[in-house]
Design a protein around this ligand. Sequence first.
Ligand code: 13P
Ligand code: SF4
Length: 386
Amino acid sequence: MTTLDTGIPLFVLGQGTDPHSERGVDCPGELPPASDPDLVARAVKAKAALGDRLFVLGHHYQRDEVIRFADVTGDSFKLAREAAARPEAEYIVFCGVHFMAESADILTGDDQRVILPDMAAGCSMADMATFDQVEEAWDVLSDLGLADVTVPITYMNSSADIKAFCGRKGGAVCTSSNARRALTWAFEQGDDRKVLFLPDQHLGRNTAVLEMGLSLDDCVVYNPHRPNGGLTDQQLRDAKMILWRGHCSVHGRFTEQCVDDVRTRIPGVNVLVHPECRHEVVTKADHVGSTEYIIKTLEKAPAGSAWAVGTELNLVKRLAAEHPDKTVTFLDRTVCYCSTMNRIDLPHLVWALESLVEGQVVNQITVDPETTYWAKLALDRMLALP
Ligand code: 13P
Ligand code: SF4
C-alpha cells in the first residue's frame, strides 16, 4: 500500500531574498504558458538539439515535471561533484536553487555556462547569513583572541561570498552528507579548535552532538542581530561549536509532536528525517541523513515496511509513488513544499532550453573571479575530505 497524507492547508516555504544575487529578474524573456500541451515535447526537442553541449542537473526536491529532464539527480554533494566532472558540457542547466548553481559555476571551467531557469529560486536559510554579518562575528572572535583557533565551516546552503570567507580563513564547505567528516577535519587541526558553523544551527548541532559525541553545553547559538551574538565573552570562550542562528523553514515545521503522532497512527513506523530538522525531532527519529541517504534507505527497506519521512514534499511524494510495496508518508500532517525549489517549473525549463537552442544564454549564474578563487578552495577542501 502507498499512502501519502495530503491534509490541508498546503504550505509553501523557503522563499529567499538573497541581496547578493540578481534575483527579482524572474524571467526576462517570453515564458511559455503552463497550459501549453506541447511543453514536454518542446523540452525533449530542445534537449535533443543541444545534445552533449548540455548537461542538466536536478536536485531531489525538484518537481516531477522537471526532474524527468535531469541527466543526473542528487543531493547537494553529489550535484557539486557531478558539475565538477563535466568539463565537456558547454551549458550546465541547474534545476535546484541559487547557492547550488553558484557552486556549480565555481567548480566548472571559465568557458562553461551555468544556468538557473528561474532567478527567484533562492534559499531562505542561505539568506540568514550575509557576508557583513559573518565578518562582524569574526571581528568579535578576533577581539577575544579566538579567531586563530576557530575554523569556519559553512553548509553548502550559503552564498558564494560566505564560502569564500571560509576559504580565506582556513575553513571549508560541508553538505548534509559529509558534515561529520568536515567537523572531524576542523577539530583535528588542534586540541584547542572550535568551529563557527554557518548558517544552519540544526545541522551543526545534530552533527556535533548526535554523531560526534559533543554535548549540548559545548554548543552556543550566535545571533547576528544581537551585539556579541547575544553571548557573553565567556560563553564564546567555552564553546566548541558556535552555531549560526539560521534554519530551514521547511524542515523547521517538523516537531516532536509530529513524530509522536505518526508513531500512534502507524504502529511500527520508521521515522526518517533530514538533519536540517530540529534536534528534538532528529533525536526521536530512527534514521537521519541527506536526501540521497533518504532515497537509498527506502530502496533498501523491506516490502511491507512503513516510513514517515521528514523532508521536502516533492521528494516524499516521489518516494511514495516509487515504492508501492511500502507505506511512505509525510512526517507532518500538513503538507509543505519548498517554495523556491518549486519555482523551477516546466515553463521556465523550456524557456531556458529553447533560448540556448537559439544561441541566447539566459539566467546565467556568474561568480566573480576573486570570490571564485576562495570559495573553490573551501569547496575543494570539502571534496578532498577522506
Ligand atoms: P541535501 O544536500 O541533503 O540534498 O539537502 C539540500 C537542501 O537544501 C535540503 O534542504
Ligand atoms: Fe533552503 Fe533546502 Fe530549506 Fe528549501 S528546503 S529553504 S532549499 S534549506
